[in-house]
Design a protein around this ligand. Structure first.
Ligand code: PHE
Length: 325
């Protein structure tokens, strides 16, 4: 009997000091397993005299029940603790501020392009596109630009072959559009153009927006009004435009157009009345149709509007610069 009581006391001590479920499992095996201490006590039963057996049996059984119950209780306590610990580890503190993600925005030139598109669309123009790899006919010949013109020189343009080059301006889109459509029409065409230039005010790749308006009885007044409307919307209500005589092979007369910004006149585009030869090359009758065309430099506009000094900033991809606009 004392032996049984001692076993129970030992078991309870061990159970109480256990701190994890695997220790408890070992205790269970030690006392209650097939070869456990309680089990071997039961085996002693048959060595006892007949009259002592029931009492001893009950005693051992009782010990077994106590140990089983204590183990189960402790196990529950421990697994409760273990669960709590796990939840604490997994818990998310929703009061910690989140990691902020930097949100980008459109490149300044794309912004200017969209702004201009909106302005011209509101005046009834439609946006069309043309290829950057052009042939000399669309880029020069059809635009009344003869063989001897310096723009055609290999020194000034990027040629792939004798007849294929990177377009030097967006004006070939005038030809492509007129060949595809019947007049009247009003289009703008933004895109990249390429010339062999590189300094603080010239890049080998830059961006233009072509404009072409064809209808009956179009005059310089229509051209000036359209450009002035654009200038006011981009540079402010007080802006004006000024036309200075110039020369382009594909317009007659031709102008450099200055825009008043603050109190300075700034040159931002070329323009003019579509040359009759250009209409002929595009299959329009110059006796019946008239029109104006213009070519804006988008980098120029952005530089003027925001006081940017170096055109190369647009393509340096310096986040510090780009973030300002
Ligand atoms: N294509 C000319 C240039 O790149 C600009 C221009 C366009 C001039 C249309 C007149 C008419 O310089």
């Amino acid at each position: 009997m004392d032996e049984v009581q001692k076993l129970v006391d030992d078991a309870l001590k061990e159970i109480n000091s256990a701190t994890d479920s695997s220790t408890l499992n070992n205790i269970r095996i030690k006392y209650l397993g097939k070869k456990g201490l309680i089990t071997s006590l039961m085996k002693k039963l048959k060595d006892l005299p007949q009259e002592e057996r029931p009492k001893f049996g009950a005693h051992v059984n009782n010990a077994k029940n106590i140990i089983t119950q204590k183990i189960n209780e402790k196990l529950e306590e421990i697994s409760e603790k273990e669960k709590k610990k796990k939840y604490e580890e997994l818990a998310v503190d929703i009061s910690i501020p989140g990691a902020r993600r930097d949100i980008g925005h459109l490149h300044i030139l794309t912004q200017i392009q969209k702004e201009l598109e909106d302005i011209f669309i509101s005046m009834g123009f439609e946006v069309v596109e043309g290829p950057e790899v052009e042939d000399t006919w669309h880029n020069f010949d059809a635009l009344n630009t003869p063989d001897w013109h310096p723009a055609r020189d290999i020194q000034d343009s990027f040629y792939f072959t004798d007849k294929i080059l990177l377009r030097t301006h967006t004006s070939p889109v005038q030809i492509r559009t007129m060949l595809q459509r019947k007049p009247p029409l009003a289009i703008i065409s933004p895109g990249r153009v390429y010339r062999r230039d590189y300094d603080s005010t010239h890049l080998p790749m830059f961006t233009q927006m072509e404009g072409l308006f064809v209808d009956k009885n179009v005059t310089i007044k229509h051209l000036k009004y359209t450009l002035e409307e654009m200038a006011k919307r981009i540079f402010g209500e007080n802006s004006k435009v000024r036309l200075r005589p110039s020369f382009f092979p594909f317009t007659e007369p031709s102008y450099e157009v200055d825009v008043l910004f603050g109190d300075t006149w700034l040159e931002i585009l070329g323009a003019g009345m579509v040359d009759p030869n250009v209409f002929k090359n595009a299959g329009y009758d110059p006796e019946e149709w008239s029109g104006f065309a213009f070519g804006l430099g988008l980098e120029r506009i952005a530089m003027v509007k925001y006081g940017i000094k170096d055109i190369r900033d647009f393509i340096r991809n310096d986040i510090k610069f780009l973030e300002n606009y």
